[in-house]
Each structure stands twice: as C-alpha cells, then as structure tokens.
Design a protein around this ligand. Structure first.
Ligand SMILES: Nc1ncnc2c1ncn2[C@@H]1O[C@H](COP(=O)(O)OP(=O)(O)OP(=O)(O)O)[C@@H](O)[C@H]1O
Ligand SMILES: [Mg+2]
Length: 327
C-alpha cells in the first residue's frame, strides 16, 4: 500500500520556487491498477518520482511524506520517503517516461538484466542459473530468450518497452510505477503493452501505478484513478464511476470531451489553459476556467474530501453525497 500523506513538493529555481504538488492526500491499495491522469505539466511525473523516492535537486519535499508498506515472502515492510530507495527493484520498480533511454544502447540485454538483480540474490545462484530464470521469465511474457543476446538498438520501440517492463517486474515488486508506458507507440503495440501490464498485475497481485495523459488508457486498464490539475489532485475514485458520473467540474468537462462510439455530436474542448505553476491563482486553480466559479472559489483553496463513499474531490461547490450547491 502507498500512503501519500499531506505531500507538497517544489522545484527550487533561481526565479523562486515552483510549487508542483500541493497537499496531496490519498492511498493506493494493494492489488489494484491505479491511474494518474491530467494535462501536460500538471505534475504526474513529479508525483511518480516522489513515490519512487527520486528527490533530487531542484526537486524538494516541502511537507509530508510517502509511506510504502506491505508484505513480501511472509515479511512485513514499511519504508517512508528517504528510505524507499533501499528497496528499489525488490518492493518497488519504476518505468520512467521515455523509458527507452534507460537501456544502455551498447550493452547486451543479458548484462542489463543481471545488473538489475540485487547482489544478495545473485550470490544465491550461479550466473547461468540466474540467466535461466530470466529466460524462463521472458518466455512466460511471450518474449523470446534470444533477445538477451541483443543490444537495445536492435529491437523495435514496442519490444524495447516490453523488455523494460520485464526488467522492472522480474523481482516481483509489490509496486510497479509506469510513466506514460504507451505514449509514442502505435495503437496496436499500445494494446499489446496494456495487455502485458494487466496480465502481470493479475499474476503478481501487486500494485501498478500507471501515468497517462490518455483517458482511453485509464478506461481500458485502471481500477481506480486520480485526476490531477495544476499540481493538485482534484478527483479520485473508481475509474468506472469517474467515466460514468464525474463529480468535479474539470473531470466532467474532460470526460464530456471524449469521443464515444456511435455519438456523432461535436465535442468541445475545455476553453482556456491551466495556470502557470509559478504564480497560481489564490483560490481553486481551476476557477479561471470553471463555468460555476464563485467569489469563494477564487479566494480560497478547496479541500480534497470524500464526497460520497470512495469518491473524493476538491471543489467548494460539491455537496456531501454528490451534486452541486445551486449558484
Ligand atoms: N527540473 C525542473 N525544474 C523546474 N521546474 C520543473 C522541473 N521539472 C518539472 N518542472 C515543473 O513541474 C511541472 C510539472 O512537471 P511534470 O514533468 O511533473 O509534469 P507532467 O504532468 O508529467 O507532464 P507531461 O504530461 O508533459 O509529462 C512542469 O510544468 C514544470 O513547470
Ligand atoms: Mg510526465
């Protein structure tokens, strides 16, 4: 389980701080595919880096923390921000955005697999035994073991992405974080990757966190999802609920803008643009684009709260139990 506890982060720049994650509070459960959606620049990658504990200058945690806990091989574990990196590969793995560049182009994949296995595990078996396990695992994932002899540049983009996912999941981590795993791949290859991720989650019964700006990806594979807007989490809940009955005005506009089979009506985008993170508006960050915004919305930041069971949102206008107060 991942608990995001009161988390705020910022990038320190010479022109001042850019506050990217603002007071995030939510939980990602065991055995689920959790999606994170939102427009470009809203902070999805920053959130994933923070979950994976890559807190490197100029990024800084200003407040709060992440707690990663669970059980593996009968042993309970709990790590918080600053400690999570101790368990990289083992309890948590990360497929970064533009992951294709994480593979060393001039090293055979065989070596890259071996290098990803912690030393204490390597000591328990011979190199041949480890490679046999890797080869068996690749075959389980319908990848030929011959690729172990290949260099990354010899593989297609889709194949490289599969290898990266295989690499990330080889140690059966409790949590796999994947940042835009299907972006830049064509639709058929995308589908294959999504199927691979779903199948792996079912087998490992672990947690997968999938970042994508593509709502179609979330609709297809995630169980629950969070929608981010300008550095804040503005809605969170079961994916089906979010698509069928979005509650935050931003999510409603986002979902209504999606094409649907059989629907020939013209789709309208959301007018305006997200605010600059440097000098955000004082109240709700969506207020400048929200058709319902009131004086209160422009003045104070809405609290992220449970509106109805399992459905969270940050909006002053939402009533307990659902529905909007009349304005
Ligand atoms: N190294 C950095 N220094 C300063 N600001 C940064 C840095 N990296 C990111 N930012 C700021 O943080 C914001 C969020 O970036 P992030 O990469 O998390 O967004 P994203 O939602 O992943 O976007 P995309 O969909 O384009 O991948 C950006 O708008 C940018 O202003
Ligand atoms: Mg990103």
């Amino acid at each position: 389980m991942i608990k995001v506890d009161n988390l705020s982060t910022s990038y320190k720049t010479i022109d001042g701080d850019i506050h990217v994650l603002n007071d995030l509070n939510f939980t990602i459960n065991d055995n689920e595919i959790f999606g994170i959606a939102g427009e470009s620049g809203c902070g999805k990658t920053t959130l994933l880096k923070t979950l994976y504990d890559i807190i490197e200058w100029p990024l800084n945690i200003d407040k709060g923390q992440i707690v990663l806990s669970g059980e593996k091989n009968g042993k309970e574990f709990s790590y918080k921000s600053g400690e999570i990196r101790k368990t990289w590969w083992n309890n948590i793995a990360y497929v970064p955005q533009a992951a294709q560049s994480v593979l060393d182009p001039i090293t055979r994949l065989k070596k890259q697999f071996l290098d990803s296995i912690p030393a204490e595990d390597r000591k328990r078996e011979t190199k041949e035994e480890t490679l046999k396990r890797v080869a068996d695992y690749l075959e389980e994932l319908s990848l030929s073991k011959d690729i172990l002899e290949a260099y990354p540049f010899q593989l297609s983009g889709g194949m490289r992405q599969r290898v990266i996912i295989a690499l990330a999941t080889f140690m059966s981590p409790n949590v796999v974080l994947a940042d835009e795993p299907t972006t830049a791949l064509d639709v058929v290859v995308q589908r294959g990757i999504l199927m691979m991720l779903t199948r792996l989650q079912k087998e490992l019964k672990n947690t997968m966190v999938i970042v994508s700006h593509d709502m179609g990806v979330h609709y297809q594979i995630t169980d629950r999802m969070g929608i981010m807007y300008s550095g804040s989490m503005i809605e969170l809940g079961p994916t089906e609920g979010i698509f069928e009955d979005p509650i935050h005005p931003y999510t409603t506009m986002l979902v209504n803008a999606l094409p649907r089979v059989g629907d020939k009506s013209a789709k309208v985008g959301i007018p305006g643009r997200p605010p600059a993170l440097k000098n955000p508006p004082p109240g709700c960050r969506f207020a400048p684009r929200c058709p319902y915004a009131t004086v209160k919305c422009r003045a104070s930041v809405p609290e992220f709260r449970e509106i109805k069971p399992g459905r969270f949102a940050a909006c002053h206008l939402l009533k307990e139990g659902g529905g909007m107060t009349s304005v």
